[in-house]
Design a protein around this ligand. Structure first.
Ligand code: ADP
Length: 357
């Protein structure tokens, strides 16, 4: 299953640090998913709020309000939707916006829901317009109008639906049309995780995978996981392989660092592509500003790959800035690659004339 457009592009799909799930993730993630709110690490505020929403609904014997979860891929949106279903003792149906191209597709799903069922709609912002409009009514009145026939003779047949809980997920809530956003009773934004939280995720997963890991080993993997539990779990599996083949199976800081060195994931979680972009920016263009197309040619990648795959993380980490004049490296970028930024150009050196405004 593809969770994000960001990773559709070439090299991006095979990255160890891609936030979207690959085939192996999908196969093993089920075993690592927290089953209830108490097992769900971090996101303290979201957890507390959700706990109240669910407890209150349970006390009233009602179906929980519709929930909108926004946040980057791999932060736990699918996991939370499953937890919502489990806490409500309800079944769950999982689908995604791109899978619903016609209103009829949605009508078929909605009309087969059981009372209280949780419908998880991933990438809800990518649903077709007619399906979206059908969803408005379904969310508000638990009713849909099924259109029978075509043209002037078409008639709308109202269809009652059992009460259900829609859990919508999106990478950015801002992408949703306000009428859709307003129909959610509870909206939560998922943040990237702190290293200490990822460390807990890693310890928990190591326990489930029956892998021995010490605190420093977990910290080393956490620091390279880009704030994302899915990446933390994936790196843990690769480090486990290394520890098993090259050492005695126990994950220590040295083993984690050596293993992730082999996979070219550096101490801050940058991979080969991220580093290539930064290195080109620093070494070839003196830290910028340089245009995106030029930078892409310099690293031999498509413009979109650099812009959508490498840059968001570099910007988030404060290593690169997008300015109207082009991409610029920050002092932290020079420090991370162990390079010294060039001093101001000497007067009359010609630099100003060539690269100045
Ligand atoms: P999303 O739907 O946001 O892309 P998922 O819910 O599929 O992300 O989570 C990806 C993986 O990360 C899952 O296997 C899950 O085990 C793990 N995970 C996500 N959030 C947490 C968390 N808060 N605590 C523990 N594991 C988590």
């Amino acid at each position: 299953m593809n969770w994000d457009d960001e990773t559709d592009t070439g090299t991006a799909a095979e990255r160890l640090v891609a936030p979207a799930a690959d085939g192996e993730d999908t196969a093993v993630e089920a075993a690592l998913r927290p089953k209830d709110l108490s097992e769900f690490v971090g996101q303290e505020k979201v957890r507390q709020q959700l706990d109240l929403v669910l407890k209150a609904a349970r006390q009233r014997g009602a179906t929980a309000d519709h929930v909108l979860l926004s946040g980057a891929p791999g932060l736990g949106k699918t996991t939370l939707s499953m937890i919502i279903a489990a806490e409500m003792g309800a079944p769950i149906r999982i689908t995604s916006g791109p899978a619903i191209q016609h209103a009829g597709d949605l009508a078929a799903i909605l009309s087969s829901l059981q009372e209280g069922e949780v419908l998880f709609l991933d990438e809800i912002h990518r649903m077709s317009r007619p399906a979206e409009e059908m969803l408005y009514m379904a969310m508000e009145d638990f009713r849909v109008d099924v259109i029978v026939g075509k043209g002037p003779g078409a008639t709308a047949i109202p269809l009652e639906l059992p009460p259900f809980t829609l859990v919508g997920a999106t990478t950015r809530a801002g992408l949703l049309p306000p009428p859709l956003r307003d129909r959610f009773g509870f909206t939560a934004h998922m943040e990237f995780y702190e290293p200490a939280e990822l460390q807990r995720v890693i310890h928990r997963s190591a326990g489930l995978l029956d892998v021995e890991i010490d605190t420093a080993g977990a910290a080393e993997i956490a620091g390279r996981s880009r704030g994302t539990p899915r990446i933390a779990n994936r790196l843990l599996r690769r480090v486990r392989d290394y520890a098993q083949v090259r050492a005695d199976g126990v994950i220590t800081r040295e083993i984690a660092a050596a293993a992730l060195g082999v996979y070219e994931v550096d101490s801050r979680g940058l991979d080969r592509l991220d580093r290539a972009v930064l290195e080109a920016l620093l070494k070839l263009f003196g830290g910028g500003p340089v245009g995106l197309s030029t930078l892409a040619v310099a690293v031999g990648e498509e413009r979109e790959t650099v812009e959508e795959v490498a840059e968001p993380f570099l910007v988030r980490e404060g290593l690169l800035a997008r300015t109207p004049r082009g991409r610029v490296a920050t002092p932290a970028a020079w420090a991370h690659l162990g390079l010294v930024p060039p001093g101001p150009a000497a007067p009359g050196s010609g630099q100003q004339g060539l690269f100045g405004p």
